[in-house]
Design a protein around this ligand. Structure first.
Ligand SMILES: Cc1ncc(COP(=O)(O)O)c(C=O)c1O
Length: 389
């Protein structure tokens, strides 16, 4: 038999998605892979039922149905403070996941370098390998997850083609400040690089923090590929609807890549999701309030258990310090925890380039009763951990 691609040796399957399978196998409360266990807004479910009856059921235009792009352009122009042309600047993709991959394949030649902040959402390393690019990692150091300007500039001096930024950040919950984004913008300009953003948590940002779209910074729209999706904003991770927003010349490239990757996102789901994109602005305030409540409830529970954790400014993840139980193999620890304690987490090492094994990621995009159950299970952690190893 011939060998499969050498590229596959350089990354594993997703540890996040693997933890969901492990959670299912042990019947653990799954706080690993970030998706809600509550229903999306009823208007969306009704719109989906209507689309099921009335269609469309055949391929949409490869880069997105016209009514979806129109509604998306209106909504994102409003939030991003930019004028986005649905005809020339949008590609509707299968999640932000595809948008990010398409962005990397569009801008990178084999051997190109790409700056990635560490810790990072694990897809970026695989995206880089699959597009033939080499990541240059720049540390966001715990506990504040700030970068050093000099270290970032040293990375830019290595002639990267692009910088990837996840804002708000998974897994740290960091929301980049205007000052930080301005430093990145100045360097992107100085060293003439693209910036690829992953902004899937754009509407999950806690007071007093504010999300600043990188493309909205002076001069940055011209070099930015903004990727995001409807997954987290409307609690529809299974609908697989995402998009890129970029200048027309880059979008032309993205459309070519996207066409051959997937042809297009599901037509009936695009049709139904137009309803989501037309929801009034109050929806986004309510979403923030809902997640603020969940965050506060979950953190209070962790505090009662005397666990050390990060307080997210955005997104819905908490990094919990497990160093009192284990600091060598967090993957083993997470598997043990799912089996013995009944709560599934993601090992922090799957996000860090640095050798960090004392953090695990839990998420709180769950019903209150699910979070209560997880906290009850976690009460057993310290006692059970006495027998760990
Ligand atoms: C930072 C980040 N990007 C992308 C995704 C996946 O998004 P999508 O469902 O739009 O593909 C996730 C999901 O957890 C994420 O956390």
């Amino acid at each position: 038999m011939p060998n499969v691609s050498e590229k596959l040796k350089n990354f594993t399957d997703s540890v996040i998605r693997r933890m969901t399978r492990i959670a299912n196998a042990y019947g653990a409360v799954n706080l690993s892979q970030g998706f809600p266990d509550f229903a999306p807004p009823v208007e969306l479910r009704e719109a989906l039922a209507e689309a099921a009856l009335k269609g469309p059921h055949q391929y949409a235009v490869t880069w997105g149905a016209a009514n979806f792009r129109e509604a998306l352009a209106q909504k994102q122009s409003r939030f991003m403070g930019l004028t986005i042309d649905p005809e020339t600047q949008i590609v509707v993709t299968c999640g932000s996941t595809e948008a990010m991959m398409a962005a990397m394949l569009t801008v990178c030649n084999p051997g190109d370098k790409v700056i990635v902040f560490s810790p990072f959402y694990e897809n970026y390393a695989a995206d880089a390998i699959l597009s033939g690019a080499e990541p240059i990692y720049v540390a966001l150091r715990p506990p504040k997850f700030e970068f050093e300007r000099d270290e970032l500039e040293a990375a830019f001096k290595k002639n990267p083609k692009a910088l990837i930024i996840c804002n708000p950040s998974n897994p740290t919950g960091k929301v980049f400040t205007l000052g930080e984004l301005t430093v990145i913008a100045e360097l992107a300009e100085k060293y003439d690089t693209f910036v690829i953003t992953d902004e899937v948590y754009e509407h999950i940002v806690y007071e007093p923090y504010k999300h600043i779209y990188f493309a909205s910074l002076p001069g940055m729209a011209a070099r930015t590929i903004s990727c995001s999706s409807l997954s987290k904003t409307y609690s529809i991770t299974g609908w697989r609807l995402g998009y890129s927003i970029a200048p027309p010349a880059i979008t032309e490239g993205l459309r070519k890549v996207h066409d051959f990757l997937t042809v297009g996102a599901a037509a009936p789901l695009q049709e139904a999701a137009v309803t989501a994109l037309h929801l009034p602005d109050g929806y986004y305030g309510n979403l923030r309030d809902l997640y603020t409540e969940k965050r506060d409830f979950f953190l209070k529970g962790l505090q009662k258990l005397n666990l050390k954790y990060t307080v997210p400014q955005g997104a819905y993840y908490v990094l919990v310090d497990i160093s009192e139980f284990s600091s060598t193999n967090d993957l083993d620890f997470c598997e043990w925890m799912a089996q013995e304690v009944g709560v599934a987490a993601v090992p922090g090492s799957s996000f860090f380039r640095e050798d960090i094994n004392y953090l695990v990621r839990l998420h709180f995009a769950k019903k209150t009763e699910t979070l209560q159950k997880a906290l009850r299970q976690l009460e057993l952690l310290r006692e059970k951990a006495k027998n760990y190893r």
